[in-house]
Design a protein around this ligand. Structure first.
Ligand code: AP5
Ligand code: MG
Length: 208
């Protein structure tokens, strides 16, 4: 199964991808995670994209498309993949549609006013990337990952100003992909304003 998770910041794409990956045993490819790893490792790519991510702007289409094409050519993506956070612009979607075979899209729907709460309470494990939330999915011990004992951190773009900018960027550049994919592929809406287990159940039901 080739799957795209489309939706605004904080909708739960990363949270659902983690469950889908375990269920279907296909890789979770998050462009945001790839950029953040590059920043953490201080690579040339990381240096180039750091200020863009911190401000909640988008990395250029050329760079992002090349990176995803390379990632999809790796052996573990041959039996399927979950794309989380890509495509995010019409040019990215057109480039992807040209190289992809059949694919499905989950359209994650969440009102903007809920996004700010979701993201300001998010905590992520520095070591394994597991996603927590101080209210809806707290770790057992504050600041410590349940899965690996790693330290939890707050993403720099989860500050209010960057969140609001990410929402603006989503509306302007990513929301038009809903019409694009409606015409091109099998797309299903997912209501993200429900508890994590109920959302996961909906996702797995839709995917079959
Ligand atoms: P990216 O990492 O993709 O960030 P995003 O799209 O803004 O999405 P998030 O990761 O913030 O949200 P999510 O939907 O994954 O939510 P999560 O599951 O964590 O991109 C970051 C940046 O990289 C971009 O701004 C851009 O600069 C760059 N970039 C990436 N891709 C690019 C591209 N294609 N082109 C150009 N630039 C690109 O959940 C959020 C919180 O809510 C968590 O705390 C979670 O525990 C909680 N939660 C989840 N579901 C629920 C629920 N149902 N109920 C209650 N709480 C919940
Ligand atoms: Mg994410």
């Amino acid at each position: 199964m080739n799957l795209i998770l489309l939706g605004p910041p904080g909708a739960g794409k990363g949270t659902m991808a983690s469950g889908i990956k375990d269920h279907y045993r296909i890789p979770h490819i998050s462009t945001g995670d790839i950029f953040r790893t590059a920043i953490k490792e201080g690579t040339e790519l990381g240096k180039k994209v750091k200020s863009i991510l911190d401000a909640g702007e988008l990395v250029s289409d050329d760079l992002t498309v090349a990176l995803v094409e390379e990632r999809l050519s790796q052996p573990d993506a041959k039996e399927g993949y979950i794309l989380d956070g890509f495509p995010r612009t019409i040019p990215q979607a057109e480039a992807f549609d040209k190289i992809a075979g059949e694919y499905r899209v989950l359209n994650f729907i969440l009102a903007h006013d809920i996004v700010v709460n979701r993201l300001s309470g998010r905590r992520i494990c520095k070591n394994c990337g597991e996603i927590f939330h101080i209210k809806s999915k707290p770790s057992q011990k504050e600041g410590v990952c349940d899965s690996c004992g790693g330290e939890l951190y707050t993403r720099p773009d989860d500050m209010k100003e960057a969140i609001l900018n990410r929402l603006e960027v989503y509306d302007a550049q990513t929301a038009p992909l809903v019409d694009f994919f409606q015409a091109k592929s099998q797309m299903a809406d997912i209501d993200c304003n429900q508890p994590i287990p109920a959302m996961m159940e909906d996702v797995l039901k839709v995917l079959g």
